[in-house]
Design a binder for this molecule. Structure first.
Ligand code: ADP
Length: 289
């Protein structure tokens, strides 16, 4: 399998790659991660079961689309595929640093600029992808309220109830989300889709970079909301973001709706204590209508 991955790298880059060393990299929530070290270049490799090959195909496409906006750096996808019983993706290796106030502010500005990029006039994406390892439905839709209510909250809530979560009935929640978002008519923005602090970094040269996206065209506020969910973003990030994309009225209320999606997803991925947080958020949403 590793020989085949090295061959695939050589084919894709048109440069002979021979693995001198391989090290395991910590921090992956979903995949096993490695560095593949060659004579004068290193690559980052994620592997999973063969059935996850579509997940890697979508990650490669998402990275390419973000890269094509020429607004914020992402690791360049090199190749992806299947070998024996596993699937893999190979990315450019990035050496990270702690970053400075300046790099955080620049990250905010660059993300805001990416959110202004206009590449679609509907909400959705050209294929379904995954959030964590859970499917993310991206059927092109004209109305943001319909899209978010059905394909984000409705889809995850249905899964969560099937997993045994004791949550209110789907229709009631979906209809309330649809109603609360009915006046929200954003320009579809290319969003990262899973923007927690583990998915942003700064290179050794001080350049901000975003990793591991769950890309789609949506309300740019979904990314902003997620940065606040688990913390870890510097105040300078928001200052930079606000310079290019000032906050709009009603964001604080929408934030709970947008983050319910991620907490439902965490319940579906990890179960346990996320259930009570889901119920707390749903109650806030149902009583705010
Ligand atoms: P997963 O898909 O399993 O969540 P991630 O893409 O988040 O995995 O990567 C796991 C960790 O590996 C990250 O937190 C980061 O520290 C490191 N990492 C991610 N991408 C790269 C890269 N291109 N080069 C070097 N290290 C990386």
């Amino acid at each position: 399998m590793w020989t085949q991955i090295a061959q695939h790298i050589s084919q894709s880059t048109q440069q002979e790659f021979r693995t001198k060393n391989r090290r395991s990299v910590n921090g992956g929530c979903i995949n096993q991660c490695y560095s593949l070290i060659g004579d004068n270049i290193t690559y980052f490799v994620k592997i999973n079961q063969a059935s996850q090959v579509e997940m890697f195909a979508a990650e490669a496409l998402g990275l390419k689309q973000i890269s094509d906006t020429k607004t914020i750096r992402v690791p360049q996808p090199i190749c992806w595929g299947m070998s024996e019983k596993i699937s893999y993706i190979v990315l450019e290796w990035i050496q990270f640093s702690l970053g400075t106030n300046q790099s955080w502010e620049e990250m905010g500005r660059k993300l805001g600029t990416m959110h202004h990029y206009q590449g679609a006039d509907q909400f959705g994406w050209e294929q379904n992808n995954t959030i964590g390892s859970i499917p993310q439905i991206n059927i092109w839709t004209d109305s943001w309220a319909d899209f978010f209510a059905e394909y984000r909250i409705g889809y995850q809530l249905k899964l969560a109830r099937r997993r045994g979560g004791n949550f209110p009935e789907c229709t009631q929640v979906v209809e309330m989300v649809r109603k609360l978002l009915s006046n929200r008519k954003p320009q579809p923005s290319l969003v990262h889709g899973d923007l927690w602090s583990g998915n942003v970094a700064v290179t050794q040269e001080g350049e901000p970079i975003i990793l591991d996206p769950a890309t789609y065209y949506g309300d740019h506020e979904v990314d902003l909301a997620m940065t606040e969910l688990f913390g870890g973003f510097s105040g300078r990030f928001y200052r930079g973001y606000n310079e290019v994309f000032p906050l709009e009225k009603g964001y604080q209320k929408r934030k709970t709706i947008y983050n319910l999606y991620h907490i439902l997803n965490h319940f579906n991925l990890f179960g346990g204590g996320y259930g009570s947080q889901v119920n707390h958020m749903i109650q806030r949403i149902l009583t705010s209508g």
